[in-house]
Ligand binder design. Structure first.
Ligand code: ZN
Length: 669
């Protein structure tokens, strides 16, 4: 399984205090809301106005298709989520009491968290939120609702909300447990992990060279305690009430396709939604990856499988976007040189691809974020996920630059660098080069990293099992880190200084060893694949460089700082790590992969953790960030013809969430 998303958390980007040429726009308010560990931003959609009317109409209907899927993801996250969200919203709208009481404020905070996470579990840690309002408050408010809005199963819903041990974790990845029965996600019901495993073993053909993505678009349940059934997400199947309006809007969008290739992509997606046939999904994915001439692009469907402890089921998501032609020159240069990077990669030549196929890359402007990409969103995407399609047809890789710009703009002057970066020269290096090296890191990770290397014949792509995602992200990150320091980037004109890479190296080690810990609660392990990967690389590098003092932990006034003494050696270490990780992947060496993850990626030093949390708390920076979307509206003439699509940005967080629930919620009506 190749998992291909890169998240930038608030603090990580907080480092990109770029002094670059990005214009400050004093009239645009990036920060929308702040609650719990969350900051909500808004993003601009530059150059939308310059698109043709046809492109604007296409985008309009694709964004409508995107917003329609929100309920699906919420329901996938936990089977009680939609009922709870509706209940909370009804109470919120019905409430006539004092809005300044502690109970009401806590209730509002909880509702904001549920909206942000698309459910009752934290979007990142997967732990259930602990409400800070009383159960009595909830009961009182329920009795004040009109009779038809009082849920019949309020006891169950209250248990889900208030009992910290019940459905405690959305995705449980703790080794040795039944990952299905201990996970609260809604991809399975009434079934054990052993039953799931044997079900999929029984329907998989191990000799199939072009296997479908088994289980991607279905819920697996055991009915009557005996028969195991896949409930397929499709028109006429599960989530039909949401998929049908999505299909309607896609049908409308197809009328405004930029070209035949794009129209076929949309039609193929529609046919997949109508049949639920995963063979058609593969056909669609191939058409999609080959459509590189259209400026407008989108994903819409069951895509990433982080939400399933077994990594099979796809969470619904959609991102509509269009190519940023100017900025795409950067990724085109990287793609054009893909073979050079592959041939010079510091791995065993047996694991190199003789021919790197179709690595297409571009910088895009997001027009809407939806489902699993909303409000928290990736900053890069690399799809499709099916290994054989990637090998035979390549993949499409994008960096979402209007999102990274919004992060960057919103971070100016928050004090993060002053607190955690060791000295002024390092801060200056970062001010100067971190925005560009961060973007290049994402480009290299997405365009080349995931697509590089190959499995030895006969190696099961799922051989690394539960550690597959972490090790795949590790591989892509190491590829990017190794090449960031290569003089090739200067030769290609991508960087103007051979020193620039040091900014990213410093940030990477600082984040991997220290600052990302601010997103972990005291006493908890690191669980999310990308966080594990960063910790694995950083701590392993620290250990490997110990004898040469490559990375040093320095104490100043009792506070810990990262000091990098030898950047050249650090690059060598990244190369050696890549050599080993690629070997593990290519040979399917589960034991070696597991050992690395367990040793470096999971356990947190409690003392350092506490220090990071303490220092971080003085800054009042939100560990997580996400976005509200702009609003698109049709402008029509007297005859009802669409003459323009207007974009506006003013909507607040609560307003947007309530509007989506009111107008775009096919599964709760
Ligand atoms: Zn990745």
């Amino acid at each position: 399984m190749s998992i291909i998303k890169k998240f930038i958390p608030g603090a990580l980007v907080a480092l990109t205090l770029s002094s670059s040429a990005m214009a400050q726009d004093n009239n645009f308010n990036y920060i929308v809301d702040r609650f719990a560990d969350i900051e909500v931003l808004r993003y601009k959609v530059p150059e939308f106005e310059k698109l043709s009317l046809q492109q604007k109409k296409l985008i309009y209907f694709l964004t409508e298709a995107a917003i329609m899927g929100r309920d699906i993801l919420t329901d996938q996250n936990c089977k009680y989520n939609l009922e709870i969200r509706t209940l909370l919203e009804n109470i919120y709208l019905n409430y006539t009491g004092d809005r300044e009481t502690a109970d009401f404020k806590a209730f509002e905070k909880y509702l904001k968290q549920v909206w942000f996470a698309n459910g009752v579990h934290h979007h990142y840690s997967c732990d259930k939120f602990i409400p800070e309002f009383s159960q009595a408050f909830l009961s009182d408010q329920v009795t004040l609702l009109p009779a038809d809005k009082q849920p019949e199963n309020i006891d169950v819903l209250a248990k889900v909300i208030f009992d910290p041990t019940y459905m405690a974790k959305r995705v449980n990845q703790a080794e040795g447990m039944d990952l299905i029965t201990t996970s609260a996600c809604n991809y399975y019901d009434n079934i054990t992990q052993a039953e799931v495993d044997s079900f999929y073993v029984s329907i998989k053909d191990p000799n199939d060279k072009t296997p479908i993505s088994y289980g991607l678009n279905s819920r697996l349940v055991k009915v009557n305690d005996s028969t195991i059934v896949e409930q397929v997400y499709k028109v006429g199947g599960m989530y039909s009430e949401a998929i049908t309006p999505i299909v309607d809007r896609l049908t409308e969008a197809a009328k405004y396709a930029e070209n035949d290739a794009q129209r076929k992509v949309i039609e193929s997606l529609i046919s997949y939604y109508k049949t639920g046939d995963l063979r058609i999904f593969d056909e669609y994915s191939i058409l999609w990856v080959n459509d590189t001439n259209s400026q407008v692009d989108f994903i819409n469907g069951f895509i990433e499988s982080y939400g399933d402890p077994l990594g099979m089921k796809g969470a619904w998501e959609s991102i509509v976007n269009f190519k940023n032609i100017e900025a795409s020159r950067r990724t085109e240069i990287i793609s054009d040189n893909a073979q050079w990077f592959e041939d010079n990669s510091p791995i065993d030549p047996r694991f190199r691809k003789e021919e790197v196929k179709g690595v297409s890359a571009k910088v895009i402007t997001a027009a809407i974020l939806a489902g699993d990409a909303y409000p928290a969103t990736p900053i890069g995407i690399n799809l499709p996920n099916a290994n054989w399609i990637r090998a035979a047809h390549g993949s499409k890789s994008v960096t979402i630059e209007n999102i990274t710009q919004a992060y960057d703009e919103a971070s100016h002057g928050n004090g993060f660098n002053e607190e955690f970066v060791i000295d002024e020269p390092t801060r200056q290096l970062m001010n100067k080069y971190l925005f560009i090296t961060d973007n290049l890191h994402t480009d290299l990770h997405e365009c080349l990293g995931h697509g590089s290397g190959k499995l030895l014949p006969g190696v099961d792509p799922d051989a690394l099992k539960a550690h597959g995602s972490t090790l795949e992200e590790t591989r892509a990150d190491l590829f990017a880190l190794y090449y960031l320091a290569d003089k090739k980037l200067v030769e290609l004109g991508l960087l103007d200084s051979p020193e620039a890479y040091k900014a990213e190296y410093y940030k990477y080690i600082l984040n991997g060893m220290m600052t990302q810990l601010m997103r972990i609660e005291p006493g908890k392990d690191v669980e999310e694949a990308h966080m594990r990967n960063r910790k694995l690389i950083a701590e392993w590098a620290y250990e490997m460089g110990k004898k040469d003092n490559v990375i040093e932990l320095v104490k100043k006034d009792g506070e810990t700082f990262i000091k990098i003494n030898d950047y050249d050696k650090l690059r060598e270490i990244f190369g050696k790590q890549l050599f080993e990780i690629q070997r593990i992947k290519s040979e399917g060496d589960y034991e070696a992969g597991r050992a690395l993850v367990e040793k470096y990626a999971v356990k947190v030093d409690p003392q350092l953790h506490k220090e990071v949390l303490d220092r971080y708390s003085t800054l009042n920076i939100a560990p997580y960030r996400g976005f509200v979307n702009p609003i698109y509206s049709l402008v029509k003439d007297d005859k009802g013809e669409i003459i323009d699509v207007k974009i506006t940005y003013g909507e607040g967080y609560i307003d947007q969430m309530l509007r989506y629930s009111r107008d775009h919620s096919p599964l709760t009506k």
